[in-house]
Design a protein around this ligand. Structure first.
Ligand code: TRP
Ligand code: SF4
Length: 405
């Protein structure tokens, strides 16, 4: 069982601006983000530095995609009122933290992160034997740790990066969270909570350390989060004291897996830019309709009179997402008996997709018409992100001997 010091009320995630977003992103990542923003304090950012690690020869790709990416997020229903949206490179503290973490980051550990070799193989046309690319997961760790996030929504491929982030946090706390007189200081801090909370803290701590009661650990975290009279330093001590060793300066996050999107590409393979089979988030309606009409179906249906099998048809995958049971029954019956043609079958889908796109386009419209709105959202977001990041950095600098004045 992994012991976490995470206080899962803060969520952080980033997306690389390397192309326009498509329905795969929408039904996978973005809907997940939209749901999370109601439950947690969310920080979502454009990972432009991460994009540069692979696209350093194509800066235009990055600058062209940032604005549209944020508009796509807003179109998907991200609420800029409750969620902090920002651009990584506008919060330079991420780079500072990444540099500081690099001081104790073993080179061999980074070389063994699976994506390092995998991506080099996959993107052979790019030279990825660079310091920037090797440091990709460490920069990602900094992105997360700087907000002391508890939860990081990511796809399966990113899980090794979150594991590395956890290791970095543990190592940091081990190196810099130890202090002389730790236990005494923790005991003094307990008293500062007041009688009732102090008693509660002690009994929850005992329940965890003696019986391994993880529920008690979680309750103790919540108790600490609610304390108004404790300094940050004391809180870190008491988080650390629950589990042993030293202060918890950087928090170990957990991955929250994003379920893979079920939207197939237009050719039935996974929807992906590299297969050229995507439907963009705010596509032109006429183009969309034309594309859907031309979309391949069960190859057995050569003539209108040939029956088919929905299971062998990418169009059916779309029905599973967009159509109700009645329509689906109509498709199954009509397809297997050649009672309907493929164009008939696509009719309700074209309607549903146009409707969805219309909603997305409507939500995006004010931002498309007035880019100043997006700029304001981003600039507020960067300011808010920097406040939180700066607070962590003050601690980090101090603990790493950089608090000279
Ligand atoms: N590496 C992530 C991806 O390719 C993007 C990313 C950068 C990220 N920094 C992050 C995701 C921090 C979560 C948290 O998808
Ligand atoms: Fe596919 Fe529908 Fe044609 Fe059947 S009728 S092959 S499900 S498009």
């Amino acid at each position: 069982m992994i012991i976490t010091s995470g206080r899962p009320e803060r969520v952080v995630s980033g997306m690389r601006p390397t192309g326009r977003l498509h329905l795969g992103h929408y039904h996978g990542v973005l809907k997940n983000w939209v749901n999370l923003q109601h439950e947690y304090e969310c920080f979502f950012f454009v990972a432009d530095w991460h994009a540069l690690t692979t696209h350093y020869e194509e800066p235009n790709v990055i600058s062209e995609n940032i604005q549209d990416m944020v508009i796509d997020w807003l179109a998907a229903g991200i609420d800029p009122g409750s969620t902090t949206l920002f651009i990584q490179s506008r919060v330079p503290e991420h780079a500072e933290l990444s540099l500081l973490l690099s001081m104790f980051m073993p080179l061999g550990r980074l070389e063994r992160v699976p994506s390092f070799k995998d991506q080099q193989e996959k993107l052979r046309e790019r030279d990825l034997a660079t310091l920037g690319f090797l440091g990709y997961p460490l920069l990602q760790a900094a992105d997360i740790l700087i907000y002391r996030a508890g939860l990081v929504p990511v796809g399966e491929d990113q899980v090794p990066h979150i594991e590395l982030t956890r290791e970095v946090a543990r190592r940091f706390n081990h190196l810099y969270g130890r202090e002389p007189g730790f236990e005494e200081k923790a005991e003094v801090a307990i008293v500062k909570m007041g009688k009732k909370s102090a008693k509660m803290y002690r009994s929850l701590r005992t329940a965890f350390t003696e019986q391994g009661d993880h529920e008690a650990l979680a309750r103790a975290h919540a108790l600490l989060d609610d304390q108004k009279n404790l300094t940050l330093g004391d809180k870190e001590r008491l988080f650390g004291y629950l589990e042993g060793g030293g202060r918890v300066i950087l928090v170990e996050p957990e991955a929250r897996l994003t379920a893979a999107s079920k939207v197939p590409g237009l050719d039935g393979q996974k929807m992906s830019k590299s297969y050229n089979n995507t439907i963009k988030l705010r596509d032109d309606p006429e183009r969309l309709e034309k594309t859907l009409r031309a979309m391949p179906t069960d190859p057995a249906r050569v003539r209108r009179t040939d029956p088919g099998e929905p299971g062998k048809c990418p169009v059916w995958q779309f029905h599973l997402i967009y159509s109700n049971e009645e329509v689906r029954n109509w498709v199954e019956e009509g397809c297997t008996t050649a009672g309907i043609g493929c164009l008939d079958c696509k009719g309700p889908l074209i309607d549903a997709l146009l409707k969805e796109q219309n909603t997305l386009r409507k939500r995006a419209e004010p931002y498309v018409n007035d880019p100043g709105l997006v700029r304001n959202i981003i600039s507020d977001g960067c300011e808010r992100a920097r406040e939180v990041a700066e607070e962590t950095m003050r601690e980090v600098r101090e603990n790493m001997g950089l608090d000279w004045n």
